[in-house]
Ligand binder design. Structure first.
Ligand SMILES: [Zn+2]
Length: 109
């Protein structure tokens, strides 16, 4: 079972207490975007076999949205952090790089 620690209330929540919100760190496109960019924003998502950054909501807890870095193959969680960031914290990227040599945030985004 997937367990994530809510970065706001500190509770270790299992997946039945959480709501998935899809890929984290998307750039929101607006009315002024060209059609290809807007289509990509609406429909194209990362679907990696490995490290992924996701949005989750602590639905049956504090109700806040947060981000999680985890492996989609092993369900290993590298960390959770505030959703009010444009990229993952350095300590989470360092933790991932330590366990997955060659991985970098730049190669994901
Ligand atoms: Zn919470």
């Amino acid at each position: 079972m997937l367990m994530l620690t809510c970065p706001y209330c500190g509770i270790d929540a299992d997946e039945t207490e959480l709501t998935p919100g899809g890929q984290a760190h998307l750039t929101r496109e607006t009315v002024g975007s060209d059609d290809d960019t807007f289509e990509s924003y609406l429909f194209m998502r990362e679907n990696p076999k490995g490290v992924h950054f996701e949005r989750w909501r602590h639905s049956y807890g504090c109700g806040k949205w947060f981000h999680a870095a985890r492996c989609t193959v092993t369900l290993e969680v590298f960390g959770t952090y505030s959703a009010q960031t444009t990229e993952p914290p350095k300590e989470i990227c360092d933790k991932i790089s330590g366990k997955r040599p060659g991985w970098s945030w730049g190669s994901f985004s």
